[in-house]
Design a protein around this ligand. Structure first.
Ligand code: NAD
Length: 502
């Protein structure tokens, strides 16, 4: 990359947008521009897809042996480790995270590359011999790369979401074009540089920085793209699925969530239990200012525990230190944009108008930037928009239940189904409730951890398909059945056509 505006990478060349358009990247801490990127459009996208297509059809990467592909992914992991501070700081500034969150993100990205390297290397070709019921038949199912992948990512975990797509796509032998969020493209551009430094053949990795309704939409509809993997909101995800339909490409969607955090009173019967459940409810709702797809934004607490739990949670929420993510002692950054701040304000206002009771936060602190104070809204119910829809801000709603059945019904009463948690000291209840929750991830006495080895994704409108785990690799492959007849002979279905031999 030779100049700030040359953030489009096509077939081995860094370039500016063909139109010459650029976009300023805003620091959400003080609302000032700090970087300029290329604002790509449809012509840039078409070039990038053509480069990825040529690299898939004729290039080296899909034909590279698995061990070499795995070795390259491990080299990328090592480069991420080398550049951890630089990339973590860039992610912190671009997305408004604390520096420590930025560093942890880089570690998770590194782990994703290592995991998929190990997975493809250890599966021994990944083929499966099928018992055809005859010694005269050799039948095997093999898995091949799907082709050219279009990868579209959001702004909340820009690099992490990119890695959950890029690492399995490359491990499987695909080529790709990625379109990062127009708000937070910087670390994705850096990751492409690291892939090239690690030795990825030119054309296998392409990036177009630019908006969703042009670059993203073109990728989703493009006839030369074989798969589109999208992470983002429900509205855009629905559009992507529609755009992809005409060319019948594979579609993977990781969408939003409205995630329940169910707390039974028995989890809080000891001082330590109470402290842990409150602490984790705070973490579930407010880490990265609630801009997390799996944020525990719905606290569903057993009625007799409500007052004590909400009082302590609200006291602690008021103490969360907001500020620039690189400043000492700061625990939480701002929202990512003015639009996200306005959206959060609208949801809180509507909740209060609908009868919610404000226990903490509720507005912006004094000063510049897109900050919003961690907010606790008590006495909420499913009739309220703030309980049904994803706010994607630091807003926690409180509902209550009296029976286990009611808790499960409330937790499942959402059009989404990404993640949820149950807090209880009763092992039988924990298993029962976990089994009944209609969510892609269920935590018992915890919130937020994920494992690269375990599939991530949602039920309902939280998406289609899975990332991570073996299922996350399978998204990037086509199964091919090879059926070999070792003793071919005529079948004589059309017996009347047989007159003479030879
Ligand atoms: P968004 O839907 O606005 O944008 C996501 C990406 O899609 C961006 O790159 C955007 O430019 C692009 N885009 C927008 N319109 C498009 C279109 N018509 N065609 C193609 N691409 C288009 O989402 P966001 O605001 O960036 O991210 C927040 C959302 O992402 C939340 O809903 C959150 O829950 C979700 N998310 C989900 C997961 C998950 O794992 N399920 C992870 C992170 C974020």
């Amino acid at each position: 990359m030779t100049a700030a505006q040359q953030t489009i990478h096509v077939g081995g060349e860094w370039r500016a947008a063909l139109s010459g358009a650029t976009r300023e990247i805003i620091d959400p801490v003080d609302a000032t521009p700090f970087e300029v990127v290329a604002e790509g459009g449809v012509p840039d996208t078409d070039d990038a897809v053509a480069a990825a297509r040529a690299a898939f059809d004729f290039g080296a990467w899909p034909r590279t042996p698995v061990a070499e592909r795995a070795a390259l992914l491990r080299r990328v992991a090592a480069l991420l480790e080398r550049d951890r501070e630089r990339i973590g700081a860039l992610e912190s500034r671009d997305a408004g995270k604390t520096l420590e969150e930025g560093r942890v993100d880089v570690d998770c990205v590194r782990d994703a590359f290592r995991y998929f390297a190990d997975l493809v290397e250890n599966e021994n070709g990944g083929g499966r011999v099928v018992d055809a019921g005859s010694d005269e038949i050799r039948s095997v199912v093999v898995h091949e790369p799907v082709g050219v992948c279009a990868l579209i990512t959001p702004w909340n975990y820009p690099l992490l979401q990119a890695s959950w797509k890029i690492a399995p796509a490359l491990a499987a032998g695909n080529t790709f074009v990625i379109k990062p969020s127009e708000i937070t493209p910087l670390t994705t551009v850096v990751l492409i540089e690291l892939l090239l430094e690690a030795g990825l053949p030119l054309g296998a990795a392409n990036v177009v920085t630019g908006p969703g309704d042009t670059v993203g939409a073109r990728l989703a509809e493009h006839p030369a793209v074989d798969l589109v993997s999208f992470t983002g909101g429900l509205v855009s995800g629905t559009k992507v699925a529609r755009s992809a339909a005409d060319s019948v490409k594979k579609v993977a969607l990781e969408l939003g969530g409205k995630n329940p955090n169910v707390v039974f009173a028995d989890a809080c019967s000891t001082p330590d239990g109470f402290d842990t459940a409150v602490d984790q409810a705070l973490n579930a709702a407010f880490i990265h200012s609630g801009q997390v797809c799996s944020a525990g934004s719905r606290l569903i607490v057993e009625e007799p525990l409500r007052d004590r739990f909400v009082a302590e949670l609200s006291r602690r929420a008021e103490l969360i230190r907001l500020g620039r993510g690189t400043d000492a002692g700061v625990e939480c950054g701002p929202l990512v944009s003015a639009a996200q701040l306005a959206r959060t304000e609208t949801y809180v206002a509507s909740a209060l108008a609908e009868g919610a009771v404000l226990r903490a936060g509720g507005g912006r602190p004094a000063g510049p930037g897109y900050f919003f104070r961690p907010t606790v809204l008590d006495r909420c119910h499913r009739g309220m928009r703030v309980v049904r829809e994803e706010v994607f801000g630091p807003v926690l709603t409180v509902e209550t239940f009296r029976t286990e059945e009611e808790a499960v019904a409330l937790a499942n009463d959402t059009e989404y189904g990404l993640a949820g948690a149950v807090w209880t000291s009763d092992e039988h209840r924990a298993r029962r409730v976990a089994g009944l929750l209609r969510h892609g991830t269920v935590w018992i006495n915890d919130f937020h951890p994920y494992l690269p080895q375990a599939e991530w994704g949602g039920f309902g409108k939280s998406g289609i398909g899975r990332e991570l785990g073996p299922g996350g690799l399978a998204e990037y492959r086509e199964a091919k059945h090879i059926y070999q007849n070792l003793a071919p002979r005529p079948v004589r279905w059309f017996a009347g056509t047989t007159t003479a031999k030879g």
